[in-house]
Ligand binder design. Structure first.
Ligand code: ADP
Length: 485
């Protein structure tokens, strides 16, 4: 059983309108440890009806929250941030228990998520309006920004804490009440966040958690209920498109953080050791289960062999194991289904001519473990060229010219993160501008932080999380025409 300094952080009820509640049906669902398959907790299984009540409670709480002076909202967020940081170790343990990632990565995620709360506590005060020159002297044009209103979110299991923190922080800062539906695989991290929000003094109805197994039913209520003004989603492009369509009926404002297919390009003039370091962290953290993980590693012909050799050496040093074991770099994958999807992409690649450079694959540790793999001679016909692998498999593609690699990198419906390594300033400018992606890492394999705008183009979605731009997704612009002057 999980040993926590503060056992109260492990909650199994949902949190609506300041109350901890069971499902109307009394039903629960099990949350399991991906490393062992053991049940970590049985959690109240809420559905559409409880979601509707949460939305109504949030709507009732909205005016008072919007009218709370921004300095006061900022103080509450800052208090919440402090509590999260004080409880990092326990929150990280809960995260590893339900998600599987190494404890060190869980600690990093807790701090990363908390940083968004700290950042937006500060940004809350900077939602400036405008005064604009009028067409005639008898009037004035004033622009103010106001909270969009009741906001709902659906988030995935790969970052059970941070995906929620990135959304709730700007929402609350802007003056919007918030209802989160965490992934059913990982609701415990979300519920623990609510425990600390309550302790920080965030008022009832302002941060609500609806945990339930039927994402579809909860999603229908969140996207169709007219009281909801804003819907924010992180997940696959297919589900995102469906939810966006559901939101269209009531014309909700939406933010969509969807799938990626990140190119990671190593040019002849790159610092190869740095490129290997960047590729390892970019590809293998969270066992390759992030939407910004390197999906296709393109290496220029002149350095292909040298890069492959160094990369193979580095991959062979990675240790796979239970996330709670010291020294683990790669934990289990989230489900058996996720392992099977990776296996089928690898099988397809091998049939189409990929060469095994590091064998990896299914492991004796358990059915959800998949050892890091490296494939050479990857080509554009392989499914993994088009699809997100979402697992610890690195395919290496050889390319000859800058022009070729830009064409291949952009040959995807996705446009989230991209990376390249080069020391040539001209090339850095050309390639950065040519990549059709929302984010470009230049000589960096990890680029996300609360001060920068995270988001994608094309089928990777719309909206930005973090930075000064992130709060705009939760604000409406109002134009005041002051006449008769
Ligand atoms: P992933 O492959 O990362 O799990 P999904 O898009 O399937 O991506 O899931 C992301 C989140 O969306 C999860 O919380 C999941 O429960 C939820 N989800 C999946 N299908 C639906 C749906 N039809 N309606 C609402 N939410 C959904």
């Amino acid at each position: 059983m999980l040993e926590l300094n503060n056992p109260a952080l492990l909650r199994t009820q949902s949190y609506i309108n300041g109350q901890w509640i069971d499902a109307d049906s009394g039903n629960t669902f099990d949350v399991t440890d991906p490393a062992t398959g053991k049940v970590v907790a049985s959690v109240a299984n809420l559905g559409a009806e409880e979601t509707r009540r949460a939305i109504e409670a949030a709507n009732a709480a909205w005016p008072a929250w919007a009218a709370t002076p921004v300095k006061e909202r900022a103080k509450l967020l800052r208090r919440w941030y402090n509590l999260i940081i004080d409880n990092t170790e326990d929150l990280a343990k809960i995260l590893t228990a339900e998600q599987g990632k190494p404890l060190s990565e869980s600690r990093t995620e807790i701090v990363y998520g908390a940083n968004y709360i700290e950042w937006f506590a500060e940004e809350a005060k900077r939602a400036y309006g405008d005064v604009i020159a009028p067409p005639a002297n008898d009037r004035r044009i004033v622009v103010i920004k106001q909270p969009v209103g009741v906001t709902c979110s659906i988030t995935p299991w790969n970052f059970p804490n941070a995906m929620i923190a990135r959304k709730v922080a700007p929402a609350l800062a802007a003056g919007c009440p918030f209802i989160a539906k965490p992934a059913h695989e990982t609701p415990l991290s979300a519920l623990a966040l609510a425990v600390l929000a309550e302790e920080a003094g965030i008022p009832s109805g302002i941060f609500n958690i609806v945990a339930g197994e039927s994402a579809k039913d909860i999603g229908i209520e969140m996207t169709r209920n007219p009281l909801v003004r804003k819907f924010t989603f992180t997940g696959s492009t297919g589900v995102g498109k469906q939810l966006q369509a559901q939101c269209a009926e009531t014309m909700k404002k939406t933010s969509m953080e969807l799938g990626g297919n990140a190119p990671f390009i190593v040019f002849d003039d790159a610092d190869l050791d740095e490129a290997v370091k960047g590729a390892i962290i970019c590809k293998y953290r969270n066992a390759g289960q992030t939407c910004v993980c390197a999906n296709r590693i393109f290496v220029q012909a002149g350095v292909y062999e040298a890069f492959a050799e160094k990369f193979i050496q580095a991959v062979n040093k990675l240790t796979m194991g239970n996330g709670f074991t010291d020294g683990t770099d790669i934990g289990p994958m989230i489900t058996v289904k996720a392992v099977q999807k990776v296996e089928s992409l690898v099988e397809d690649a091998l049939q189409k001519g990929a060469k095994t450079l590091v064998a990896g694959g299914p492991a004796s540790l358990g059915e959800q473990f998949y050892a890091p793999m490296v494939l050479g001679d990857a080509n554009e016909k392989m499914q993994l060229f088009k699809e997100e692998i979402f697992g610890p498999v690195a395919p290496l593609f050889k390319f000859s010219t800058e022009e070729d690699v830009i064409r291949m990198a952009n040959d995807t419906e996705f446009g989230l993160a991209s990376y390249f390594y080069s020391r040539d300033i001209g090339r850095i400018c050309r390639v950065s501008e040519a990549l059709e992606y929302g984010m470009v890492g230049v000589n960096e394999g990890i680029i996300s932080n609360e001060m920068a705008p995270f988001g994608g183009v094309k089928a990777s979605g719309q909206g930005r999380e973090g930075s000064k731009y992130g709060i705009e997704d939760y604000l409406e612009i109002k134009y005041l025409c002051l006449g008769g002057i």
